[in-house]
Design a protein around this ligand. Structure first.
Ligand SMILES: C[S@@+](CC[C@H](N)C(=O)[O-])C[C@H]1O[C@@H](n2cnc3c(N)ncnc32)[C@H](O)[C@@H]1O
Length: 273
């Protein structure tokens, strides 16, 4: 089953522009992309697929490692994300295809050396995507992706005990005190995509799993505030306008301890076709 936020919200020009700006101004997605690139055996690769490639930060990072003459195909279901990506990364070595990750095999005609997917795989129908990626890769080619900790069922990552409430907790508190939140019941979150489930699904698609590792990245509260300003990530859910969410965010941020680091956990998976 496809999680409800799969593409909804992504095919929107304002969202794409703010997302692209975030990837330029803050290291969050560049850092996770660099981690994937390091695991994908890129120095020998000639054709790499960036799955759910968004506005192209992962493709841009991979170009730093790829040999001259190598090409990247960026596949994403949201036209607006790709349009912003073409503007921000106008590199002729990247080609852009608006398509669902589940349909990858229909679009990649020569065997790819590697497929990477940064911060998106849990939004897709993973058994279908894994089967399609297996078809697209050459034998021995790498498939590397990460899963956000909460979507992988990992415990919350804190580098040290927090001295006060998190920014997310403050957002809820401000929304409750000043905006009558919660206006609607929360939908139940999708079941986590754990390491065991991923291993089983990759095995069923014909992959050998080389590694599943939990990594943490440490960022700043300022970066988290900028991330929560991207419309698709803005909180809280429910019947708020974007402007209301930004007011709530600013009030919550003003009450935060900005010296607190923000630690994000990821499950990183490396598989071989
Ligand atoms: C958090 S963004 C990640 C973008 C990029 N990988 C990065 O690191 O910046 C998630 C992306 O996944 C895309 N997406 C979600 N479900 C998809 C699907 N089933 N097929 C293709 N793209 C999908 C969205 O359109 C969005 O651009």
């Amino acid at each position: 089953m496809q999680p409800p936020d799969a593409v909804a919200g992504w095919d929107d020009d304002q969202n794409a522009e703010l997302y692209a700006r975030f990837t330029r101004d803050y290291p969050f997605y560049a850092r996770t992309s660099r981690d994937l690139a390091a695991r994908a055996s890129l120095p020998e690769a000639q054709l790499v697929v960036d799955l759910c490639g968004g506005t192209g930060i992962t493709a841009a990072i991979m170009l730093e490692t790829l040999p001259p003459g190598a090409r990247i195909v960026s596949i994403d279901a949201a036209k607006a994300m790709q349009a912003a990506g073409r503007r921000v990364h106008p590199d002729p070595r990247i080609s852009w295809i608006v398509a669902r990750a589940e349909d990858t095999a229909l679009h990649i005609r020569e065997p790819a050396d590697a497929v990477v997917c940064n911060s998106a795989i849990w939004k897709t129908n993973t058994p279908a995507v894994f089967a399609a990626v297996k078809q697209a890769l050459r034998p021995g080619g790498r498939f590397v992706f990460n899963i956000g900790g909460s979507f992988a069922g990992l415990p919350p990552a804190h580098s040290e005990p927090r001295s006060g409430p998190s920014l997310n907790e403050l957002i809820i508190a401000v929304a409750a005190a000043e905006y009558g939140y919660p206006p609607t019941p929360h939908p139940r979150p999708p079941a986590p995509l754990t390491a065991d489930i991923v291993r089983a699904q990759l095995g069923a698609a014909g992959f050998s799993v080389l590694d599943t590792e939990t990594v943490t990245h440490i960022g700043t509260l300022q970066e988290k505030r900028a991330w929560l300003s991207i419309p698709v990530f803005a909180r809280p859910p429910g019947q708020f306008t974007y402007e209301q969410r930004m007011e709530i965010l600013e009030r919550a941020y003003a009450q935060s301890d900005v010296s607190q680091p923000v630690t994000t956990a990821w499950l990183v998976v490396t598989a071989e076709a």
